[in-house]
Every structure is written in structure tokens, then in C-alpha cells.
Design a protein around this ligand. Structure first.
Ligand SMILES: *Cc1c(COP(=O)(O)O)cnc(C)c1O
Length: 405
């Protein structure tokens, strides 16, 4: 399929290019020392991802440890309420640890093992990435240092306990605002000091090359499974595919399976409290081109051109940029990016729970809310939603803030 001059048959051969660019987005904007570390990871990944031993080991892990393939469920009662459109969800909530994140963390852990690294280093905000990575580290017998802001440690007590039970060291970062940004800085600093023994693991399709490519590749299992499953369930492809976009890993995993198909693709960003800067995290919808955290993409900036403060009811979506591949697909028009606000997401959270017996993560509830809106604009057809994770982590917060709806 050709869209805007881009051949999607050969898309994955051409993007990213050898310097890690998707069009003008991506690249490696870091210190020379860290650049050397990224080059080592890139080289190792290109060798290892072609090795049949690596591929078969990852396949075995997917099946026997993660519980893949995750199913697709048809949402009969929700579809019935919305008219003549059939809604399906890919159940990443049923992946081990309850979300899609383990798909790339197990890949990163296996890569670390093949590279002979002893330790995994990362930062975490809400703790979801930290928990998935601590799980992978335990599985592979690697040490795991997770940097976390003191403020987030207080807010995310259950995830801190999970990481500790899994054997990770949770390292408290107390300087500055003591949240995610400071944790990123501290983790990078530690990594630069000891990159011979360690690997830095990024939690989405973000950061310097090769991470946007590598995390997409590890998540592509979602799109590959979903396409096959949907075809065998219905005999057709879906008319539309929908996923929420924070950094963009669950979305890239799902979208990569359908880029070369005549399928409409929608990425859903969090509109939070509304369109004023600081009230949302819809970077592709409202942002402009800029460099942060080692890559060029579309980002939300404050008056000084720095990353702007962002907000969303779902902590997994509140990041001031998105992966460079999303910026590229946005400019190409191959994927349409749109927004869902807090209230719409909360409404979808309760609707899915009450009608279908599935409590979604608040992140995933954004995608469900968008599918519900989209269905009302279609006379017939089908929509496949990536249900990126389960909502157990969000229940207490939702009940405290919104009560039972
Ligand atoms: C972290 C998270 C997200 C957002 O991350 P992406 O990289 O945009 O996928 C979405 N859903 C769940 C359940 C998450 O934990």
C-alpha cells in the first residue's frame, strides 16, 4: 500500500534509517559517552534479532511465561448499545503482570543476557515500567536498579512494594521536584558511569536510537497476533484500529500489524482537563517539533522551549512528547491522532466494567472511549481496540475521586 508517497510494503526495511530517523524525527541526541553505549546496544540488537536462538527463546518466553497469545474478545453488549458497529478488544490486560509493557521488558532482559550485562537500570514514574522490568530482571537473574522520585515513591506504594518483592533496588531521587524528570537524569547518570556492566532500558518507543525501533519490534507481537486472530474470527480485517498513546509503545505494537492494510488507524491522546497548556498531555495534537530525552519528536513546550508540565488522570499517558515514529506517522497522515478527556475516559472505564466484565487501565479506557465515539459516526463495520492493561492499579483512585458510577 502507498500512502503519501511512502511504500508501506517495505516500510519496516526503511524506517528507521541507519541513523535512527523516521523522516526528520528520532536520532541520537546525547553525550558522546552515552552515544558509544547506544551504538553497542544497536549493534548487539541487529546481530541478536536475526539469531534463531534468540528468536526461539523469546517465543518460548512469550508462550510459557507471559501467557501469549492474549485473546481478542468481542464486546457484544457494548456493540449492541452503540448501534451497528462491532467492537473487539485485544486483551493485553491478560498478559502477565497485567499490561503490554512486559512484551518489551522481556525482550530487553533477553538482550541484556545475550550482551553479558549484569544489571538493568531504568527510571519509573507511576511504577508500571519499574514493575515490568523488575519482573524481567528476576526471570533472567539480573540485578535491577530502578530510579524513582521521592514524591512518586510516596504516591505509588503498591508498585514500590512489588518491585522490592521482585528483588529490585528502588533508588529514591530527592533533588528538584523529585518526580520523573529527576529520576530520568539520575538513572542516565548512573548508567553513564557503568555502561560496560549495565543496560539502560527505556519504557516506551522513546529515547535515543535504537530504543524507538527496538521497543516497537518487541511490541509488534501484539499487532501480528491481533491481525491473525481477527482474520480467523471474522474472515476480514477490522475497519479501524484504535490504541492510546502515551510514549506510544502499545499503539506502535498494534499499529505495526496494520500499517500496510486498508485499515483506518487512530492514536488517542489524553486531553485531561482541557486544551490549555498544563491541563493535558496531547503532544501530537498540540505540540511542535523539538528535542528532549535524546530524540527529536513533537513535544509540548513551555515559554522557554523546555518540556511543558503535563497532566492526565492516567499516569501512564502524561508524558510531554511521543515516540518519533508517531510524529512521523502523524505528519504522513497514515495514523490519525485525536483526544479523549478525563471524564470520557472515566465513563468508558465504568461502561466496560459494567457491560463486559473487564476493568480497563485508565490509559486503555481512553482508547475504549474513542472507539465508542467513533462507532457512533460509522453506519456499520468493526473496530479493534488495544486494551493495553487492566485497571486494578486504578480502582482505589477512581473510587476516591469519582465514586461508583
Ligand atoms: C504505560 C502504559 C501505557 C502508556 O504507554 P505507551 O508506551 O504509550 O503504550 C498505556 N497503557 C498501560 C496499561 C500502561 O501501563
Amino acid at each position: 500500500m502507498i500512502h503519501n508517497g511512502i511504500e508501506f510494503d517495505t516500510y519496516f526495511k526503511n524506517y528507521p534509517d541507519e541513523n535512527g530517523y523516521f523522516g526528520k524525527y528520532g536520532g541520537v541526541y546525547i553525550t558522546p559517552e552515552l552515544k558509544a553505549a547506544m551504538e553497542e546496544i544497536t549493534e548487539a540488537y541487529f546481530t541478536i534479532c536475526k539469531s534463531s536462538k534468540f528468536i526461539s527463546e523469546l517465543r518460548k518466553i512469550r508462550k510459557e511465561f507471559q501467557g501469549r497469545p492474549t485473546p481478542i474478545s468481542y464486546l457484544e453488549r457494548l456493540s449492541g448499545k452503540l448501534g451497528n458497529v462491532q467492537i473487539y478488544v485485544k486483551r493485553e490486560d491478560l498478559n502477565h503482570t497485567g499490561a503490554h509493557k512486559l512484551n518489551h521488558c522481556m525482550g530487553e532482559g533477553l538482550l541484556a543476557k545475550y550482551m553479558g550485562k549484569k544489571k538493568i537500570i531504568a527510571e519509573t514514574g507511576a511504577g508500571q515500567h519499574g514493575v515490568a522490568l523488575a519482573t524481567a530482571a528476576a526471570y533472567f537473574g539480573l540485578e535491577c536498579d530502578i530510579y524513582m522520585g521521592a514524591v512518586d515513591i510516596k504516591k505509588q506504594a503498591p508498585n514500590v512494594s512489588r518491585m522490592k518483592i521482585l528483588g529490585a533496588n528502588v533508588i529514591e531521587v530527592t533533588h528538584g521536584l523529585a518526580t520523573l524528570k529527576e529520576a530520568v537524569d539520575a538513572a542516565f547518570e548512573a548508567y553513564a558511569k557503568d555502561y560496560k556492566n549495565c543496560i539502560y532500558c527505556i519504557g516506551s518507543v522513546l529515547g535515543p536510537h535504537p530504543f524507538p525501533m527496538m521497543v516497537r519490534d518487541f511490541q509488534s507481537v501484539v499487532g501480528i497476533e491481533a491481525r491473525e486472530q481477527f482474520l480467523s474470527m471474522t474472515g476480514e480485517l477490522p475497519d479501524a484500529v484504535v490504541a492510546c498513546v502515551g510514549g506510544g509503545s502499545n499503539a506502535m505494537g498494534m499499529f505495526s500489524g496494520f500499517l500496510n492494510d486498508p485499515v483506518d488507524i487512530y492514536g488517542v491522546e489524553p486531553l485531561g482537563r482541557g486544551p490549555a497548556l498544563g491541563d493535558h498531555a496531547a503532544s501530537l495534537t498540540y505540540g511542535t517539533e523539538g528535542i528532549m530525552h535524546g530524540f527529536n519528536s513533537i513535544m509540548l513546550k513551555d515559554e522557554n522551549g523546555e518540556a511543558a508540565p503535563v497532566y492526565s488522570v492516567s499516569s501512564g499517558l502524561d508524558y510531554p512528547s511521543s515516540g518519533p515514529e508517531h510524529a512521523f506517522l502523524h505528519d504522513l497522515g497514515r495514523v490519525k491522532y485525536d483526544v479523549i478527556d478525563d471524564d470520557e475516559a472515566i465513563d468508558a472505564f465504568f461502561t466496560l466494567a459494567k457491560l463486559e466484565g473487564i476493568i480497563p487501565a485508565l490509559e486503555s479506557a481512553h482508547a475504549v472511549a474513542y472507539a465508542m465515539k467513533l462507532a457512533k459516526t460509522m453506519s456499520h463495520g468493526s473496530i479493534l481496540v488495544n486494551l493495553s492493561g487492566r485497571g486494578d492499579k486504578d480502582m482505589d483512585y477512581v473510587i476516591e475521586k469519582y465514586g461508583i458510577r
